[in-house]
Ligand binder design. Sequence first.
Ligand code: EPU
Length: 418
Amino acid sequence: MQKLIINGGKKLSGEIRIQGAKNAALPIMAASVLCGEEIILHNCPRISDVYAAMRILTYLGCKAGFAEKNTAVLRAENVTETSISDELMREMRSSVFFLGAVLGRTGKCRITLPGGCDLGPRPIDMHLAALRRMGVTIKEEYGVLDCTAENGLKGANITLSFPSVGTTENIMLAAVLAEGTTVIQNAAREPEIADLAELLTSCGAKISGAGCGRIVIKGVKKLHGCEYSIMPDRIVCATYLSCAASAGGDIVVSDCRPSDMESILSIFEQMGCIVHSSADKIYFSAGRPLKAVSPVRTMVYPGFPTDAQAVVMAVLCRAKGTSVFVENIFENRFKHTGELCRMGADILVEGKTAVVKGVDRLYGAKICASDLRGGAGLVSAALSAEGTSEISNIHYIDRGYEEIETILSSAGADIIRV
Ligand code: EPU
């Protein structure tokens, strides 16, 4: 089993380029099923979730692979299979996007429940309710969901009870080739949704309002191929800022989109870090001493993202004063706190609240990643700790971060993978 070994206390410097966004790449890869022609995707991150999506595409009879460093080529001329194996479904949560896409292309799809990081219950009831409104019959037996749109998918008016990211994307995928118009009210507004809409529009789909609370999709008969560049990953960007804030030093983060990250950047500023942004770069100096911040409440976009909670908490473990986190999106997203306490952090978790009292120093320890972003938070904490940390279960980190150890060591960190 691979581990990351980190000797803390080395300041970071230099430039870090931000990879393409996982949470845009995955629904976009599912969207390729809807197009009968080639899609060339630039800025596609080489992370394990992207490889899992490629395995699903291959299973469905499509062609998917990297042509060069970060350019993927996807071809779905033939979709020969409409069911996805339980093994593939369990590999990640985003396997559920293939439901909307395969239904949109073929009118039927059989799946089991998706897997993914354990952040508490992650039902797909809203996805299924929306598809039913679009004319899909769903039979559920022995954990298998057999979905059919006998008379084809039909546009519908769908109001979400909560602006779920995945549900919004799945409806968009199902709706682009459906008959008639679909309107999603109370849609999620995350920037990755606008990125999916932009890819689909480049293939000939008719979508307006993506990135706003009301999205209108007019069904078209056919989609064509395109060449597209995936947006930068705002959570990976937040992670490298967290690493610099923890370790100390000055970095420039390039190929990012600071305008998508205001709620995150303002927290780093409150900590005392200096943040200057241009359209696609962030010039960042770690603050010293770090200061506690006003309560961080995770919310849907444009609020503070749940995915950045762990990496920001990692920094605040060593800030002067007490910071409070309220996790409003997932029920069980504080698993990293136990590991941070092994490093000397002082964190009390009560339900959906974590109270972090800043301590003077963290110590290197043997710690274990329990999910993707929690694992990234441990990396950030280890960079600031005295002594050596050994992080296990790093397959979670590899789901979303491309060569994290190479990027951090080129910025001056002492980190290796063994
Ligand atoms: N929910 C339901 N029923 C549903 C769908 C969602 O109850 O049918 C609940 C969830 O259980 C959760 C809340 O609604 O409590 C939010 O879920 P949402 O559907 O918005 O999230 P998701 O689509 O499962 C995406 C990201 C997550 C990110 C969340 C929130 C992708 C591939 N995943 O998940 O990313 O945390 O939105 O922003 O886009 C990560 O990258 O580490 C990650 C977990």
